[in-house]
Design a protein around this ligand. Structure first.
Ligand code: FAD
Length: 488
């Protein structure tokens, strides 16, 4: 810690960073009765799991006047806060600032040879995680949700037992139960995570940067890790089974990003199927079938990012006869399971594994249960962002998907290079591609700086099925990067 921060005379960000508390404490429990050492509680709703999905369902239900409890066995905020969205974006923010310094010369700004201290970056990552976790606890507390620490066990469609880490048991009875157990990293059936073969969770807890790494899987998580590691100097090899990285995205966007990753020095191999992964004393050897040959790749570590699997607790699901398959708990578009009064939201339901989709499900479910169903959401308008540098962001259909669906489409494309604010900020690399069918906006892909922010208004336009004419009536301030969205 810098001495200026200790003495309280340093810049405000140092002081604030130092004073982030670990916890704001647990909300005092109401609605409880005791019998011996067991506590009994009644609620309108109990949510199991305090990731984005569970948190949103609990908070919105409490806002609508329901008596709500939420149970968390590990950390408030779930994967998103502790080993997903937040820590990765904190590290990507650090690596981006570091590489951007090198561009400043073009603007006449001299800063000398940049360097970094990874331990300080890790401190920043950990502080952002704490801030986010505290934010979750604070909003739950402010909306009157009762936060219960412990493992929630489904006993019946209206009963949940909670076992706290000190062994104390609580029995909760609720009119409705929401399962929000989340997901965990997946791995090949014949490989195990270890000190050398890392999951994304594990890599985020490492205190030193690997000298070299093989990232297995070129989906969103794999390319984000590849980006910040390469920007900070790790030698990165990226292996992807499909014939493009980001297989769910527009091919044009994936090809563009592949070019950018290669510029960062990442050795990218698509159409590459892993045959075996072998650990040695000082590293990992991955054998793979590449396009036209068998290849061997070696590095200090392998990072396996081949997807995530639902965190199913099958014994409990079977006990209650709740239907599930390998993708997750089966729910309808109102998050209802096949068992009355039992609902599920977020990654545990499979489909789009994103925090804001989990939150959208949670909010819509709360609205169905306690607010007359006025909040709706559609998987078709869930934006997806990859926080590489540049970002890749999409909402709605890609060109390939639209053609597969047999839609006649009109494609409009705008280059970042044609936008003056992009040019002034040295961000003139990228494009916006929009697709219309029968004059209605059905999909937008943006590759470029701030694409994560620019996609937000486009998602409003897609969900509201806006027409070319309506978009023409939209006035965007000049000069802004947002003028890139003036696509018609
Ligand atoms: C590296 C990485 C980066 C990501 N980046 C992004 C991103 O930038 N944007 C984005 O939208 N998404 C991102 N995601 C995905 C996002 O994190 C998930 O989609 C999101 O966290 C899912 O929320 P959830 O509520 O379904 O479950 P989770 O966040 O998985 O939370 C589930 C919670 O339930 C608790 N729990 C489980 N069982 C019990 C039980 N029996 N009793 C009590 N508690 C229980 C768990 O401890 C956990 O806290 C990322 C994921 C990863 C791994």
């Amino acid at each position: 810690m810098p001495s200026s921060a200790r003495s309280g005379n340093g810049p405000y960000w140092e002081e604030r960073a130092v004073f982030v508390p670990e916890s704001i404490g647990v909300v005092p429990i109401k609605n409880e009765r005791r019998k011996g050492s067991t506590t009994f509680m009644d609620y309108d709703l109990v949510v199991i799991g305090a990731g984005p999905g569970g948190h949103a369902a609990a908070e919105e239900s409490a806002r609508l006047g329901a008596r709500v409890a939420i149970v968390e066995k590990d950390k408030w905020g779930g994967v998103c806060t502790h080993c997903g969205c937040i820590p990765t974006k904190a590290l990507l923010a650090c690596s981006k600032k570091y590489v951007d310094i090198k561009k400043l010369k073009r603007m006449g700004i001299a800063v000398g040879e940049p360097s970094f201290d990874f331990s300080v970056m890790k401190r920043h990552q950990n502080q952002m995680v704490r801030v986010s976790s505290l934010g979750v606890q604070k909003t739950l507390k402010e909306t009157g949700v009762e936060c219960i620490e412990g493992e929630g066990v489904l006993v019946s469609p209206e009963d949940v037992d909670v076992v706290a880490s000190d062994g104390v048991k609580k029995k909760i009875r609720a009119k409705h139960i929401v399962i929000a157990w989340g997901s965990r990293p997946a791995i090949f059936s014949n490989v195990e995570f270890s000190d050398r073969t890392l999951s994304s969770d594990r890599l985020l807890f490492m205190d030193t940067l690997p000298g070299s790494i093989i990232v297995v899987g070129g989906g969103a998580i794999g390319v984000e890790f590849a980006t910040f590691l390469a920007e900070l100097g790790t030698k990165v090899t990226l292996l992807e089974l499909m014939d493009q990285i980001l297989p769910n995205e527009e091919r044009e966007a994936a090809d563009f990003l592949e070019g950018e990753l290669k510029k960062l020095g990442i050795d990218v191999h698509t159409s590459t199927a892993i045959d075996s992964m072998e650990e040695m004393d000082d590293g990992v050897c991955v054998r793979a079938k590449c396009k036209d040959s068998d290849r061997e790749f070696s590095a200090e570590y392998a990072l396996v990012c081949v997807g995530r699997e639902p965190a199913l607790r099958t014994e409990e699901l079977d006990r209650l006869s709740i239907a599930y398959d390998r993708r997750g708990i089966i729910v309808n578009d109102r998050c209802m399971t096949n068992v009355e009064n039992v609902f599920a939201v977020g990654d545990v339901t499979g489909g789009i594994l994103l925090a804001h989709r989990a939150m959208a499900q949670g909010r819509a479910l709360a609205s169905d249960l306690f607010g007359g169903g006025s909040i709706t959401y559609s998987d078709a308008a869930i934006p997806a962002v990859v926080y590489t540098h540049p970002n890749v962001a999409r909402v709605g259909l890609t060109e390939e998907q639209a053609k597969k669906e047999g839609l006649e489409i009109e494609v409009k494309k705008v280059e970042y290079g044609g936008n003056i604010i992009a040019r002034t900020g040295l961000m003139g690399n990228g494009f916006v591609k929009a697709m219309f069918s029968d004059g209605v906006l059905i999909g937008v892909t943006i590759v470029g700086e701030e694409a994560a922010e620019l996609i937000a208004p486009m998602s409003l336009a897609v969900v509201n099925k806006m027409t070319i004419q309506q978009l023409r009536n939209w006035v965007i301030p000049h000069p802004t990067l947002s003028e890139l969205l003036s696509i018609v």
